[in-house]
Design a protein around this ligand. Structure first.
Ligand SMILES: Cc1ncc(COP(=O)(O)O)c(C=O)c1O
Length: 369
């Protein structure tokens, strides 16, 4: 029984059985927030300006947002009907699982991966099936293909994988797709796509046309730094998005988010964002290298975060203790109990703090295999 089972009204037992969300340790001194894979840069001046421009917040936004959808579609070589907007790409994940998988059906994903995945089917009663990652912290695509059953309605692929870092390689993706029934929805979640530097990584725009059962998800939250505005998108077959829209909460994408997203796609804004992404990628690679020098088996980091595995995978013996030590220094990171610890790439000044802290932790506790 969970701690919020005592409700004054009758609720679904399966919903009440879900453990309540527990906030991580609260920092006791000023430090860095490296726990949510956010972008440390302030919004671009042009984006802020666009948001404060003439907009009637007493009115609902025009839901279709054709210009923004056309601008996104152009990047994929598709027309606006193939582009679906939502208040964050996480909203599209919910919509797709709800639209495709009912009670008795299931949906598949690698695990550990994005923490929202296991809860996507709760409302509809669809069963979440997490397939363990390989020892290299990558999707085990063979095991995932073998886990597909008659009941599988959706397969979620996270590239690069949050929280561990590696991206799917295109050849592996294609081999996997060849084993997926043509009527099963595959979602390629590319929330961190802009940070990927592996030339062999799959890229949604390259593979979409060949797979009518594929939806590619992207977001303005990470590389574009608009996490607080809540806007993300999917690209794929318009019929898939008509079904998604049927279960979507109407009018969720705000006009301000639309203006910010459009201002983020001008040539000048794209160039400025590309520069910032390059800074973060260099910082990420430096951080991963420094942690590896300490003897930690940090997997290939292709997002804006690095992963320290638990001891058996070449990392630290107690990730919760390490996260608590970070919190004592005012810095928030994301531990996954008995699995590992994810550190987002943030401010330059946070790097020596991270490295000193991990070094001191290892010196005190040991733990590197
Ligand atoms: C893999 C992945 N997908 C989707 C999201 C959701 O992003 P948003 O809803 O902000 O677009 C996140 C957020 O952390 C993520 O890590």
């Amino acid at each position: 029984m969970s701690d919020h089972a005592q409700t004054p009204v009758r609720f679904r037992a399966d919903v009440l059985a879900v453990p309540a969300y527990r906030q991580g340790a609260t920092p006791t001194e000023p430090g860095y927030k490296l726990s949510s894979n956010e972008n440390p840069f302030a919004p671009l001046p042009g984006v802020l300006e666009a948001m404060t421009g003439a907009f009637d917040i007493n009115r609902y936004a025009a839901a279709a947002m054709p210009e923004l959808r056309a601008e996104i579609g152009a990047e994929f070589g598709v027309d606006p009907a193939h582009v679906h907007l939502a208040a964050g790409s996480v909203a599209i994940l919910y919509q797709l699982v709800q639209a495709a998988a009912a009670a008795g059906d299931s949906y598949l994903y690698a695990w550990p991966s994005f923490e929202a995945y296991p809860g996507l089917g709760l409302a509809s009663g669809a069963e979440p099936v997490g397939v363990p990652l390989t020892a290299e912290a990558e999707h085990d695509l063979d095991a995932m293909a073998e886990a597909i059953t008659e009941r599988t309605r959706v397969i979620l692929l996270c590239s690069p994988n949050n929280p561990t870092g590696p991206a799917l390689r295109r050849a592996d993706f294609e081999r996997f797709m060849a084993r997926v029934p043509a009527d099963t929805l595959v979602v390629l979640d590319e929330a961190y796509r802009e940070f990927v530097t592996d030339p062999e990584a799959v890229r949604g725009e390259d593979v979409l046309a060949a797979h009518p059962n594929l939806v590619v998800l992207r977001t303005f939250s990470k590389a574009y730094g608009l996490a607080g505005l809540r806007i993300g998108y999917g690209v794929g077959d318009p019929a898939i998005f008509r079904a998604a829209a049927s279960v979507a909460i109407p009018l969720s994408v705000t006009g301000i988010a639309e203006l910010a997203a459009r201002a983020s796609l001008t040539p000048e804004a794209r160039a400025a964002h590309a520069e910032r992404v390059a800074v973060l990628v260099e910082r990420r690679d430096r951080l991963a290298a420094a942690l590896r020098e300490l003897g930690l088996a940090v997997p290939d980091a292709q997002g804006n975060f690095v992963w320290i595995p638990e001891a058996e995978q070449g990392g630290v013996p107690d990730v919760l203790a390490l996260a608590a030590e970070f919190a004592e220094r005012g810095t928030l990171v994301r531990p996954f109990a008995a699995r590992g610890l994810r550190i987002s790439v943030g401010e330059e000044e946070s790097l020596p703090v991270i490295i000193d802290l991990v070094r001191a932790h290892l010196a005190q506790r040991g733990g590197v295999a």
